[in-house]
Write a protein that binds this ligand. Structure first.
Ligand SMILES: [Zn+2]
Length: 271
C-alpha cells in the first residue's frame, strides 16, 4: 500500500465543520456579552418601576378634598322687621327720625292690668309683656312697680311740649306715641321719673331683667350724643324678646348702635 494513495488531508481551517464551530462560539460569546451589558440595566429598570416609598408618599400626600359640612352661621337678621314703619316693634324714633305719620295712632291698644299713675294704655303686645314683667318683679322681690307714663298721642305730646327740647320730645318725635314705651317707677312714687330711680330696687331689677321680657333701656347713661336724651333709668322700650336678647347678648347699648344709625343728639334744625 503506497503512502501516496492516501487521501490528502484538508487543513482544519478549511474544514466546513471548523467554521460552524467558530461561528457558534462567536454567537454564544455575543449573547453572553449582551446579557452582561444589558442585564444590570434591565434589572435597574425593573427596580425603578417598583413604586418607591417616596413616590407612594407623594401620591397619597396629594390634598384630598374632604367634604367637611360647615354649619350655616345663624346670624341675627337685622332686616327681619322694619325700623321705619310705626307699626313695627322695631321702629326707631329719635330726633332725626320722626314718626312717618306725625299723627300716627298705634293699634291695637290695651290697658295693662297693673298699677299706674295716669294711664296704662300701650300697644297690646307691649302691655302683655309689661304685665308679665311686673308680676315677675313682685314674685321675686315682694316689691311692686307702677306705670308713670305710657302711650301718648300726638295731641298729648303737643300739650306737654313747652319748647324745651332737653325736657320733652317734640310731637311726632316721641317714642311714647308708638305705644311701645313705658315710664316705670316704684309703687311708692319715690324717685318717680328721676335719675335716682336707678339706685332703687325696682330700677336695678329692671336694668338686669327687662331684656328677658322684650324691653330695653332706651336712654342709658352716657349716650346722650347717640340718643339725644340724658340717662332715663325709668324709660323702657318694648322691642320683643328677639331683639332685646340679641342686644343683651352683644352688649349693645342703644338701638342706634345696633342698627348702625347715625347719632341723633339734636334735631336737624339745631345744627
Ligand atoms: Zn319716657
Amino acid at each position: 500500500m503506497s503512502f501516496s494513495a492516501q487521501r490528502p488531508v484538508t487543513p482544519f481551517w478549511r474544514r466546513p465543520s471548523t467554521w460552524w464551530i467558530v461561528s457558534g462560539v462567536v454567537v454564544i460569546a455575543a449573547v453572553v456579552a449582551g446579557i452582561a451589558v444589558l442585564g444590570p440595566t434591565t434589572g435597574s429598570l425593573l427596580v425603578k418601576t417598583t413604586p418607591s416609598p417616596s413616590a407612594t408618599k407623594s401620591r397619597t400626600a396629594t390634598p384630598t378634598p374632604t367634604p367637611t359640612p360647615t354649619p350655616t352661621p345663624v346670624g341675627f337678621n337685622k332686616q327681619a322687621l322694619s325700623i321705619d314703619d310705626p307699626n313695627s316693634l322695631w321702629v326707631i324714633v329719635n330726633k332725626h327720625r320722626p314718626l312717618a305719620d306725625p299723627t300716627y295712632v298705634p293699634s291695637p291698644l290695651s290697658d295693662a292690668p297693673v298699677s299706674y299713675a295716669y294711664a296704662s294704655t300701650m300697644r297690646s303686645e307691649a302691655a302683655d309683656a309689661l304685665t308679665a314683667m311686673f308680676a315677675a318683679y313682685t314674685a321675686e322681690t315682694g316689691g311692686e312697680m307702677m306705670l308713670q307714663s305710657v302711650y301718648r298721642s300726638y295731641d298729648t305730646q303737643a300739650e306737654l311740649y313747652k319748647g324745651d327740647d332737653t325736657l320733652t320730645a317734640r310731637p311726632g318725635y316721641s317714642e311714647h306715641q308708638t305705644g311701645l314705651a313705658a315710664d316705670i317707677g316704684d309703687i311708692s312714687g319715690e324717685c318717680a321719673v328721676q335719675t335716682c330711680f336707678a339706685d332703687m330696687q325696682a330700677g336695678q331689677w329692671l336694668a338686669a331683667n327687662a331684656w328677658q321680657f322684650g324691653f330695653v333701656l332706651r336712654y342709658p347713661d352716657g349716650y346722650i350724643d347717640t340718643t339725644g336724651y340724658e340717662f332715663e333709668p325709668w324709660h323702657y322700650r318694648f322691642v320683643g324678646t328677639d331683639l332685646s336678647t340679641e342686644m343683651h347678648n352683644t352688649g349693645t347699648p342703644t338701638l342706634e348702635d345696633f342698627f348702625g344709625l347715625e347719632p341723633a343728639p339734636r334735631y336737624p334744625d339745631q345744627g
